[in-house]
Design a protein around this ligand. Structure first.
Ligand code: BJ8
Length: 371
C-alpha cells in the first residue's frame, strides 16, 4: 500500500459489502477493507464507545483511534454506510479523524423508492470521489470496472464452489483466510491469477485423491455475521471437531459474489440494482437471505447449519429466530446458534457446544442413511 501511495494512487477505506467497489475503482483508487478482526485495539475503542457493542465495530474504531492500522493511516477517504446503528454512529466519530463519506442505505429493497433513493446515493458517492480525487468518472470507466469486477466474481465463485465437491478438497478455514487476505492484495490481475491457480490445484487434488471416497465428516454451512475475527475460535474449532465447513452464506462468503452486475444497462442503474440486493439482515424484510440459504443447503449438500452472531449485533440476532425455523422446519436440517465476541474467554464453552451439535448432526446422518 505504501508503494501504491508513493505512485500517487488514492486509497479508499471501506467497511461493507454494500459499497459499490466499481465506482471507487473507476476513480482510479484502491479500495481496502478496514473491518477489524482483532481484539487488541478494543480497549482503545472502549474509551469512546460502549462496551456492549459489536466487536467488529469496536475493533475497527480501535485500530483507527490508536493509530495502529497502516491501512487506515494510508486511506485518503473513508466510505461508510448506514447499515447497523452501531456502525453508522461510529462513522460520526471516525469522521473526526478522516474525511468520511457515508452512504445512506434504504431500510428495505422492494419499494420502488428504495431503488431511486439508493441510486441517488451512488451518484453522490461518484460526485464525492470526483471532487476528492479531481477526476471525472465517465460511464465508459464504470462499464470497464463492471466488467473487471464481474470477472473477479466469476473466478471467486469457482473457488467457493470447490465446497460443492464431496468430499471437499479445501478446508473452510482456508476459504475464509484466503478471501480475507485478498482484501489486502492490490494487484487485481495477480489476485485473479492466484485464485484461479489455487482452484485448479484443488480441483486436481479432488480428481486424483478424493473423488469416489467417503467421509463421515458432516458438511457445514456457516451463516450470520462476518467471521474473520473468530476464525480460530469458531471456524477452526468446527473443523478440529470433525466437520468440514463447505459453504459460507455470510459476508466474506458468496453473499455478494453470486450475482453479476448487468453489463447491458446504464452503469449506475446496474450498480444500484446489484448492491441493493445484498441480503444482509440490516434489510427489512430480508427474503433474499432465505432464498440464498435454501439454494445453498441443497447445492452444497449441507448436513447442518451453524449461525455465528457477534455480540450485540441486533439485526442478525433477531433474524436468527426465523433462520432457525427455516433451516429446521423447511429444510429439516440441524441448526445451532453461537453468539460470541473476539475474546478467548468462551472458547471452552463454544468447543463443547460445537462438539455436541456435530454429534447430533452425525446421528441425524446415520438415521437418514438407514432410511
Ligand atoms: S452487508 S454483514 S458487511 S453490514 S457491524 S451488522 S456484525 S453489529 S458487518 Fe456487515 Fe455490510 Fe451487512 Fe455484510 Fe452486525 Fe457488527 Fe453491525 Fe456487522
Amino acid at each position: 500500500m505504501k508503494a501504491l501511495k508513493e505512485e500517487g494512487t488514492p486509497v479508499v477505506g471501506i467497511f461493507c459489502t454494500y459499497t459499490p467497489m466499481e465506482i471507487i475503482h473507476a476513480a482510479g483508487a484502491a479500495a481496502v477493507g478496514l473491518c477489524g478482526t482483532s481484539d487488541v485495539p478494543i480497549p482503545f475503542a472502549e474509551q469512546h464507545l460502549p462496551k456492549n457493542l459489536c466487536p467488529l465495530i469496536k475493533s475497527s474504531y480501535g485500530f483507527a483511534v490508536s493509530e495502529t492500522c497502516p491501512y487506515f493511516y494510508f486511506s485518503d477517504l473513508i466510505v461508510g454506510e448506514t447499515t447497523c446503528d452501531g456502525k453508522k454512529k461510529m462513522y460520526e466519530l471516525m469522521g473526526e479523524m478522516k474525511d468520511t463519506h457515508v452512504l445512506h442505505l434504504p431500510q428495505g429493497q422492494d419499494k420502488d423508492h428504495a431503488f431511486r433513493y439508493w441510486r441517488e446515493e451512488l451518484v453522490l458517492l461518484k460526485q464525492k470521489l470526483e471532487e476528492k480525487f479531481n477526476i471525472e468518472i465517465t460511464d465508459e470507466m464504470l462499464r470497464e470496472e463492471i466488467k473487471k469486477s464481474n470477472e473477479e466474481r466469476r473466478i471467486l465463485m469457482e473457488f467457493y464452489e470447490l465446497g460443492k465437491l464431496d468430499p471437499s478438497p479445501i478446508t473452510g478455514v482456508e476459504i475464509n483466510g484466503t478471501l480475507e487476505a485478498l482484501g489486502f492484495q492490490f494487484d487485481r490481475p495477480a489476485q485473479n491469477a492466484l485464485i484461479a491457480e489455487r482452484t485448479k490445484e484443488l480441483r486436481e487434488k479432488y480428481e486424483k485423491e478424493l473423488k469416489g471416497t467417503k467421509t463421515n465428516r458432516p458438511r457445514i454451512l456457516v451463516t450470520g455475521c462476518p467471521v474473520g475475527g473468530v476464525r480460530e475460535k469458531v471456524l477452526k474449532t468446527i473443523e478440529d471437531a470433525g466437520a468440514d465447513i463447505v459453504a459460507y452464506e455470510n459476508c466474506g462468503g458468496v453473499r455478494e459474489k453470486q450475482t453479476l452486475v448487468d453489463e447491458t444497462k446504464d452503469p449506475i442503474d446496474a450498480l444500484t440494482e446489484k448492491y441493493l440486493n445484498v441480503s444482509c439482515s440490516v434489510m427489512t424484510p430480508n427474503p433474499r437471505r432465505f432464498e440464498a440459504l435454501d439454494n445453498m443447503i441443497d447445492e452444497y449438500k449441507i448436513d447442518g447449519v451453524i449461525e455465528v452472531v457477534l455480540q450485540a449485533c441486533h439485526t442478525f440476532a433477531v433474524e436468527a429466530h426465523n433462520v432457525k425455523k427455516y433451516v429446521t422446519e423447511k429444510k429439516n436440517k440441524p441448526y445451532v446458534y453461537i453468539e460470541t465476541d473476539y475474546s478467548k474467554l468462551d472458547l471452552g464453552q463454544i468447543r463443547t457446544r460445537i462438539e455436541a451439535f456435530l454429534e447430533m448432526v452425525k446421528e441425524d446422518n446415520t438415521v437418514e442413511a438407514a432410511v
